[in-house]
Design a protein around this ligand. Structure first.
Ligand SMILES: [Zn+2]
Length: 450
C-alpha cells in the first residue's frame, strides 16, 4: 500500500466511515415518532456556523452542524449519521420535533436539575483486556463544564479513581446533536476482587466549588458468555473497547418513549485479520479480496433466533465513502440474532452481498455460519462489526458486555502501523490464555472453534 493510499484509508478510519457501523434494520422497526409541534426552532450547536444552505449540510460534522441543518437521529460522535438537511432526515423517518420531545422527556425522566450530576444506566462490571473495569457514562445537566478541574469516583469516602483536568477534557462530550447535557465517558479500572456496591462522583471546579452526584449501584450480573464470531489465529480486535474510539462515543438519543441516551456500540469490535506477511492485506489493500479477512465465515456466537437478515447492499470499494449513509444502510448486509431469551441481541454487520445463509425467524445453533465477512454499508475496508446490545434496533439499546475464550498474542497500534505501512511481527513467545474475557483495542488474538 502506498503511503498516500494508506493515508486515504486512514482518513476514512478516523473519519468513522470504516467503522461507524451500527445500524437500524427494517423500516418497520423505527420507533414511533412524535408529531412535531407546528413551529420548532432547532437548537444550534455551540459555536456552530450561523447558516448553511440545506444543500451542504452534509459537509458539517455533528459537532458543527449549523442551525439550518438537522442531526438525525439525535446523536453525538455517531459516525456517518451526521448533519443533514431536514428533507433528508424526513426521508428516513426523523422529524425535527424529536429534539424537543427528547429534551422534555429526558428532563422529566432524570429529574436532573441544572448543575446536577446524574447517571442513566448502572455501570456493568466487565473484564476488559483481563482487567475488571467499569465502563459507563455520567452527565452534567444544563451547566457548563468551564473551570472543571478534577473528577473523583468515590466508593463511600474512598477515591477509586480521579481524572485530572486534561483527562477530564478528553473524556467529555459537549452538548450537541440534540443531546443537551455534557456527557463524561468513564473507564474505571478496579483491583482484582474489588467490588463496591455503589459509587458516586465529585466534580471540582476552579475556586474550590464541587458538585457531588451520580450515585449509582453497580450491576454485577455475570456477563453473557459467547463463542467468537470468527475463528483462527491473528485476529485484530480493532476499535475494541477503549475510552476514546467512535464506538465508545457513539451516543444516541433515539427512543421516543424512553429517550435516554444510549451507547449501543460500547463493547463493539471491528474484526480484522493479520496474514503471514504481518499486514491486514496481501499486497496493497486496494481491492476487497486483497484483505486477509475478506470472505471469512461469520459464525453465530450462541444459540438463538434470527431477528433480522438484511441482504442486497452492494460492496463498497476500499477507501470510497458510501454516501448517503442512512439508518437502513449503515450496517450493510447484516444479521441480528436474539441471544437466549432476549437478554441481548447480537449484530453482525457489513457482510458480502448474497452471502447470507440465514433468514428472519431461523433458529441457529452456536457455530452456524451466518454469512461472509465483507465491506458493505458504513465501511471503507473489509471488517466484521460485532456487538451485543439490549435492543434488536441496534442503535437504540445499551451496549452490554460479553466474554469469550481467547488467547492473547500481542497488542499493536494498528492505526500507526497502517499509516507507516509497517509490519506486525508475530511474537515468538507463546500465546497467553486469557480464559473468558474481552479483548481491548489493538489486541491480536487466537479464537478457537468451539
Ligand atoms: Zn464497528
Amino acid at each position: 500500500m502506498s503511503r498516500v493510499f494508506a493515508l486515504a484509508v486512514l482518513s476514512l478510519f478516523f473519519g468513522m466511515l470504516i467503522f461507524g457501523c451500527a445500524g437500524q434494520r427494517g423500516s418497520g422497526s423505527l420507533p414511533p415518532i412524535p408529531v412535531p409541534p407546528a413551529t420548532i426552532s432547532l437548537p444550534a450547536a455551540p459555536g456552530a456556523p450561523a447558516a448553511a444552505s440545506a444543500a451542504n449540510c452534509a459537509d458539517y460534522s455533528v459537532e458543527s452542524c449549523p442551525s439550518s441543518c438537522v442531526v438525525c437521529p439525535p446523536c453525538a460522535e455517531c459516525s456517518s449519521i451526521s448533519c443533514n438537511s431536514a428533507e433528508f432526515c424526513r426521508s428516513i423517518g426523523f422529524e425535527s420535533g424529536w429534539y424537543e420531545g427528547i429534551r422534555q422527556n429526558l428532563a422529566a425522566s432524570t429529574g436532573a436539575s441544572a448543575g446536577s450530576l446524574y447517571a442513566l444506566h448502572a455501570p456493568q462490571y466487565a473484564t476488559l483486556g483481563g482487567k475488571p473495569t467499569l465502563f459507563y457514562e455520567i452527565y452534567l445537566a444544563n451547566r457548563s463544564m468551564d473551570g472543571a478541574k478534577k473528577l473523583e469516583v468515590l466508593d463511600g469516602n474512598r477515591v477509586l479513581m480521579a481524572l485530572d483536568e486534561a483527562e477530564l477534557n478528553s473524556s467529555v462530550r459537549v452538548p450537541s446533536g440534540g443531546i443537551n447535557d455534557y456527557a463524561i465517558y468513564m473507564w474505571v479500572p478496579l483491583a482484582e476482587g474489588e467490588k463496591p456496591p455503589l459509587i458516586s462522583h465529585k466534580l471540582y471546579f476552579e475556586g474550590g466549588k464541587a458538585l457531588e452526584g451520580a450515585k449509582i449501584g453497580i450491576n454485577y450480573a455475570a456477563p453473557i458468555v459467547i463463542s467468537p464470531p470468527v475463528y483462527g489465529d491473528n485476529w485484530l480486535a480493532a476499535e475494541a473497547p477503549v475510552n476514546t474510539n467512535h464506538h465508545r462515543k457513539g451516543l444516541f438519543a433515539v427512543t421516543a418513549i424512553a429517550p435516554t441516551p444510549v451507547v449501543g456500540q460500547r463493547y463493539a469490535i471491528d474484526w480484522m485479520l493479520y496474514g503471514q506477511n504481518g499486514k491486514l492485506y496481501r499486497t496493497n489493500g486496494m481491492a476487497n479480496e486483497d484483505w486477509w479477512n475478506y470472505g471469512e465465515e461469520i459464525h453465530a456466537v450462541a444459540d438463538g433466533v434470527i431477528m433480522e437478515a438484511h441482504d442486497g447492499i452492494p460492496s463498497n470499494e476500499v477507501g470510497v465513502e458510501p454516501k448517503p449513509v442512512t439508518l437502513l444502510y449503515v450496517a450493510g448486509n447484516n444479521v441480528v440474532q436474539k441471544i437466549g431469551n432476549g437478554s441481548a441481541y447480537a449484530l453482525y454487520a457489513h457482510m458480502i452481498p448474497g452471502s447470507l445463509r440465514v433468514k428472519i425467524g431461523d433458529k441457529v445453533k452456536k457455530g452456524d455460519v451466518l454469512g461472509l465477512l465483507g465491506n458493505t454499508g458504513n465501511s471503507g475496508a473489509p471488517h466484521l462489526h460485532f456487538h451485543l446490545d439490549t435492543s434488536m434496533d441496534v442503535l437504540f439499546g445499551e451496549g452490554v458486555p460479553y466474554v469469550m475464550d481467547y488467547q492473547y498474542l500481542g497488542n499493536t497500534d494498528w492505526k500507526a502501523q497502517m499509516e507507516d505501512d509497517a509490519v506486525w511481527n508475530v511474537p515468538s513467545s507463546a500465546p497467553v490464555p486469557m480464559g473468558s474475557g474481552m479483548p481491548v483495542d489493538g489486541d491480536i488474538v487466537s479464537l478457537a472453534r468451539p
